[in-house]
Design a binder for this molecule. Structure first.
Ligand code: FES
Length: 323
């Protein structure tokens, strides 16, 4: 895939843990077009040799149809107990360069209409939602924005959001009367409204389950997961056998099937690495998958014939995969 060489031109601490990083191409050349909800995948160098996806804030875009951009802005939350990607990003200085993939646009606003969009962000999941709110505001489209966090000091972009969303911004703080009430939000929605959600897996799982229960059609629920805790939350190891080669690999806690296969020189298809896109799906010939993806229907999960190897694990000691 064609990559971009980007230079860090500015950094700013938005909170004690969240840093804004501004990226430009050399000599001010325009950057590829991106729309609200788009993200770039940054190649993390040094000892990490990995990639991380960051949503574009689109702070200064005045048109969602802009053909090009002069800069991308991202916001990175430092996770001291994480795998190192955010620490690498926080150590960047002005003048450093990064290799990034071109913007991807998996989390999209629906085409303009006059139904009121409902945006819901948890924590650093505000980043794509911020870009969407900005676009809706500029286009004069109605929306409500719910932003949930532990406390205000840990929530980025509050002032900017107040300007963009005005009284349509609702801040939900843990441990307070304003705590996020997902059922209340769903109850307040009309049948034709669309819900856009970004946050950690716990929030996403809850919202998706409640939206389904409330009868909101899946086509009106749009979401993006900003982290991949499902894999790191695992505590058990299991084995995977590849039916075609007969090779067997041990999948330890904290590593996905995909990562282990890549570590051993296999080259399975993958894209999002977060259980959202479906690209890494393979057949299951033996064993029972422990599904952690957002792709399969409940019926498909119950059948246990398919697995998304970037996030899902095994309930049985061995999985035999059709690959
Ligand atoms: S790579 Fe996207 S679901 Fe696995």
């Amino acid at each position: 895939m064609e990559t971009l060489q980007l230079r860090v031109t500015e950094t700013e601490d938005l909170t004690a843990q969240i840093r804004k990083i501004v990226l430009k191409q050399a000599e001010g050349l325009p950057l590829p077009a991106a729309k609200p909800g788009a993200h770039i995948r940054v190649h993390i160098g040094g000892a990490f040799d990995d990639t991380r996806a960051y949503s574009l804030l689109m702070l200064n875009d005045h048109s969602t149809d802009a053909a090009t951009h002069l800069q991308y802005e991202i916001a990175v939350k430092r996770e001291d107990a994480g795998s190192g990607g955010s620490r690498y990003m926080h150590a960047l200085n002005v003048g450093d360069t990064l290799v990034c993939d071109r913007p991807r646009h998996d989390f999209k606003l629906e085409p303009p209409d006059q139904t009121c969009a409902v945006l819901l962000a948890g924590g650093i999941g505000i980043t794509p939602i911020f870009a969407m709110a900005g676009a809706l505001s500029r286009e004069g489209r109605p929306f409500h924005l719910h932003y949930a966090g532990r406390d205000r000091s840990q929530m980025a972009l509050l002032n900017e959001l107040a300007v963009i969303a005005g009284e349509n911004l609702k801040i939900h703080l843990d441990q307070q009367d304003s705590q996020l009430d997902i059922n209340a939000i769903l109850r307040s929605m009309h049948a034709d409204q669309h819900l856009y959600v970004c946050g950690p897996a716990g929030l996403l799982d809850t919202v998706l389950a409640m939206a389904k229960q409330a009868g909101l059609p899946a086509t009106q629920v749009h979401f993006e997961l900003f982290s991949n805790p499902a894999v790191s939350a695992s505590t058990d190891s299991f084995q995977v056998r590849l039916a075609q080669s007969g090779k067997t690999y041990v999948i330890p806690p904290g590593k996905s099937i995909l990562q282990v296969l890549q570590d051993h020189g296999e080259d399975p298809l993958c894209d999002c690495c977060r259980g959202e896109c479906g690209v890494c799906q393979v057949g299951v010939l033996e064993g029972e998958p422990d599904h952690r993806d957002y792709v399969l229907s409940d019926a498909e999960k119950a059948q246990g014939k398919l697995i998304h190897i970037c996030v899902s694990r095994s309930k049985t000691p061995m999985l035999v995969l059709d690959m």
